[in-house]
Each structure stands twice: as C-alpha cells, then as structure tokens.
Design a protein around this ligand. Structure first.
Ligand code: HEM
Length: 492
C-alpha cells in the first residue's frame, strides 16, 4: 500500500519488504541503530522500513541528513504522533509533542532565552564568569570529596549514582535556584529510574508502531508512566513555591523568568499569539528532563573510556597539569587551551553515539529528498550512529582514538572533523542545550581529572556494551576506584 499515490516520475525510497502486519518489527527489536545502519548499506541514505503497519523513512549519511534538516528544514521539522510521546508532560512537551507552528516557535525561543540568562550569560552576581561555571565547580568539587570518602568506606563504588545527582543539581540550580541533598528521596526517585524513560521512548519502540501492544499490560510502560508522574510532581512543587515567592524585581532563575513571561503577557493584553500560562511554565519540564539524563550519560561514558584507556587519562591529566597547573581549579575559559581534553570529549560523543538517533522527526508536507518522494506526516528517523561510524568520514571508525581530531603536533583541534560528529541533531530541532552541555561536560571532567585518577578494581573490567534506548547507557559498574593525584592546599 505504501507505494500508492506517488507522483509521476518520482519513486518511494527503497527498503526491505518485511512481513505482513509486523513489517520489519522483529529485526528491529534489538540494537535498532546497528540493524538500520546495516540496512542502509544495502538501500542507501534514504530508505523506508515498515514497523508494524507504519512506514518510516530512515536517513543516513551526513550530507543527506544536512539536506533534510538544514536545507529542507521546514519540511522535516515535525514530530510524529507517537503513543509514548503523548504521555510526556501531558502531551504538551516542547520536545515530544507534534506542535510545530507559531506556538512551538515562540515556546522554543522562550525556553532558549530563559536558559541562556541563567547559565552561560555573563553574570553580575556570580563569583565565577557565569552561573553555569559556579554551579558545576561546586558540584564537581563535591563529587571529588564524595568519591574519596566512598573509597575509604568501601574501596570501590559506582560513580553513576552520585554523578546523576550532581548533574541534576546543576540543572536544578539553573531552573529553581536550589540544589538537592544527595540523599533526597524525591529527587532520587526521579533521577534513578530514568532508565524506564529512555527504554520506552527508544526510537523504534514497537508499542509506538503496533497499536495492539498498547492494550497489553506492560511493566515498562507502567514504570514509564510512573516516572512521568513523579517528575511532574517534583517540578510542580518547585513551580508552586516560585509563584508564592515571586518578585518581579528579583528574577532568580529560569522558573521566575518564565513566570515573568506569563505576567508581562497579561499586562500587554491580547497580543497576536497567546500562549497559555501552563505552556510557558511547563517548559521547565522540557529543560529539566533533557538536561540531567543526557549530561549524566555523557559523563558516565567518559569515565568508562578513561578507565578502559588509562594512557588516555594520563594524557589529559598531563595537559591539565601543564596548562592549568595544580594551584587553581579549571575554568570554562581554559577550554580552548586544552585541545587533547576537547578531542577526548569529541571522541567520546562520536564513538559511543549514546544518542543513536535524534528524537524522531516527521514531514510537515509532501517533499522530495535525493529524488525520492516522501509524503506529509511521514515518521523520519535520523541515524546519528551511522554518521559517527561512517567509513566514508572516519578512518577506523570502531577505534577509540582522540588524536583523530588533532593535528600531527597534537596542538590544534581540527574544526572540520569536530563538526562531523553528530550528537545534538541539526537544524530547527537542534538541541537548545548544546552549549550548556558541552561546557558542563568539559568542566566536570577537567575538575575531576585534575584531582583524581580513576581506575577499575583489579580483576574487574568495565562492560562497554551499550544498552539500546533514546539515550544508550552502559551497565552500571560498581568497581570504580579513585586516587588523589596530589595533596591540595589550593583554592580558587
Ligand atoms: C533536543 C542531544 C543536553 C535541551 C535534543 C536532540 C538531541 C539532543 C539529539 C534532538 C534533536 C532532534 O530531534 O533533531 C543532547 C545531548 C546532550 C543534550 C547529547 C548532552 C550531552 C541538553 C541540555 C538541555 C537540552 C543540557 C537543556 C538544558 C533540549 C531540548 C530539546 C533537545 C529542549 C528539544 C528541542 C526541540 O524539540 O525543538 N538534544 N542534548 N539538551 N535538547 Fe538536548
């Protein structure tokens, strides 16, 4: 049926035939990114697979993806109507809802501005160059202390559990001006069950494509719904608190600045576009939700690579010693002087490709890509993993090698190669937290590595096998150890 209604002279994208009713569902159940990458070798950059009874276009190849998301941005900026997405923020999420109109544009801009003002914009109140730097420096120093304490008490530990709270605290500070205690149950009950979220929102999750599955009891789905409820409750409490203490002369954080938007809008009277207040305030859900799991996962993969490749860890530490020394803490302004550290972070993003696909897109109108006809409302997967492992772009793509991003002397980063790494999407749906995320990963890592040497307990190994999901995690590893690199008397 899918080959019907194709305008004369155009073709539908090629792809496997698949089974009746199931389509290619069975093949896609596991490691969807690898299966679709393999299929793209046969069918090309624009291919069509059927999942259940729903056709999906899968895009591979950096140039093809740029053509779609950048040059034909309007055509490909939509989000599909998926069962799991309807449950995120009551179906009103900026990130997951199907809205792409003026309302979505205005909300995205509000979120971007609020976010910027309380993170990387120069701050008159912060003792550091910006609030983000202040928050991350505090949290990273806390982690250093915590890890050393865990070593004394238990001789090894799982860093994920502590990293996730620290990263959540950074986004909490930006959104709500507060940080949670590392033992706060309400926060732990949210951040520690995020695995259920990334499992159900995984790109190609069969329940999104085979309606029958939506009626069957599913433990994963129950846990997912429960996660959404808990997150909403946690955030709602913080928002209520802000309304109570709001003072227009002292805008404290992202939530205040969103409340301010609601108030200003009222004062102006009926503008052309009225965004309901709750759709302004609940932007904080999108920011918080996107802001803690992704960065935690990035840091967690980084630690896994560092203990797997100790010589790489040593090189980063040598660079930190040489450029920053041991007397003061790293700052955001050091980043451009630390090319090897930067190359490591890029290689971590590339090699892990822990966001293997962007969030699914959908076409907003009938369009043509590379000569293939794609009708309106077609669900589109963007295969970032394929781009990051494409032999046409990368020499030995399976090898973890930060040096691929550096010149022969190791003194300069190759910007052209750096831009080929696809991690944050492209075009109109590109991640709005990209700068924050990159700065955060840099500052957490450099602060930790300046002071600590990470390793794995003798006889144990870090299992690097990714677990497929919207963001891919590794198995938790309880065998991390740290050693203090030098005794400190330093302060900032
Ligand atoms: C969307 C990656 C951190 C906020 C996205 C997308 C990707 C991504 C791949 C989807 C792009 C698409 O659909 O084409 C990442 C990675 C991060 C990160 C790898 C960390 C390493 C953050 C942070 C925030 C954030 C810290 C906020 C503070 C968002 C939002 C969207 C988004 C709001 C939805 C944009 C939209 O649908 O218009 N991100 N992100 N992200 N990200 Fe991030």
């Amino acid at each position: 049926t899918r080959r019907q209604n194709v305008p004369k002279g155009l073709r539908s994208p090629p792809g496997p035939h698949g089974l009746p009713v199931l389509g290619s569902a069975l093949e896609l159940r596991k490691d969807t990114h690898l299966v679709l990458t393999e299929m793209s070798r046969k069918y090309g950059d624009v291919m069509e697979v059927t999942i259940g009874s729903r056709p999906v276009v899968v895009l591979s190849g950096l140039e093809t993806i740029k053509q779609a998301l950048v040059r034909q941005a309007e055509d490909f900026m939509g989000r599909p109507d998926l069962y799991s997405f309807r449950h995120v923020t009551d179906g009103q999420s900026l990130t997951f809802s199907t809205d792409t109109g003026e309302m979505w544009k205005a909300r995205r801009k509000l979120a971007q501005n609020a976010l910027k003002n309380f993170s990387i914009a120069a701050s008159p109140t912060a003792s550091s160059s910006c609030l983000l730097e202040e928050h991350v420096t505090n949290e990273a120093s806390y982690l250093v202390t915590k890890f050393l304490q865990l070593m004394e008490e238990k001789q090894s530990f799982d860093p994920y559990r502590y990293t996730v709270v620290s990263v959540a605290n950074v986004i909490c500070a930006i959104c709500f001006g507060k940080r949670y205690d590392h033992e706060d149950q309400e926060l732990l009950n949210v951040v520690n069950v995020v695995d259920e979220f990334v499992n159900v929102t995984a790109v190609g999750n069969l329940a999104d494509f085979i309606p029958l599955l939506q009626y069957l009891p599913s433990r994963n789905m129950d846990l997912f719904l429960d996660f959404n409820k808990r997150l909403m409750k946690l955030l709602q409490a913080a928002v209520d608190e802000h309304y109570k203490t709001y003072d227009k002369n002292s805008i404290r954080d992202v939530t205040d600045s969103l409340i301010e938007q609601c108030m200003e809008k009222k004062a102006e009277g009926s503008g052309a576009l009225q965004i309901p207040n709750e759709k302004i305030i609940n932007l904080v859900n999108d920011i918080f939700g996107a802001g803690f799991d992704t960065v935690t996962t990035a840091l967690s993969w980084s630690l896994m690579y560092l203990v797997t490749y100790p010589h790489i860890q040593k090189k980063i530490q040598a660079e930190l010693d040489q450029t920053i020394g041991r007397e003061r803490r790293p700052r955001l302004s050091d980043r451009s002087m630390l090319p090897y550290t930067e190359a490591f972070i890029l290689e971590m993003f590339r090699h892990s490709s822990f966001i293997p696909f962007t969030i699914p897109h959908s076409t907003t109108r009938d369009t043509v890509l590379n000569g293939y006809y794609i009708p309106k409302d077609r669900c589109v997967f963007i295969n970032q993993w394929q781009v990051n492992h494409d032999e046409k772009l990368w020499k030995d793509p399976q090898t973890f090698n930060p040096e691929r991003f550096l010149n022969a002397e190791g003194t300069e980063l190759n910007k052209v190669d750096a831009e080929k790494v696809m991690t944050f999407g492209l075009g109109k749906r590109r991640c709005i937290g990209e700068n924050i995320a990159r700065w955060e990963v840099f500052l957490f890592l450099s602060t930790l590595l300046q002071q600590l040497e990470f390793s794995i307990r003798d006889g144990e190994k870090a299992d690097m096998t990714p677990i497929y999901g919207l963001t891919m995690k590794h198995k938790r590893c309880e065998h991390f150890q740290v050693k203090k690199r030098f005794s400190t008397k330093s302060s900032n």
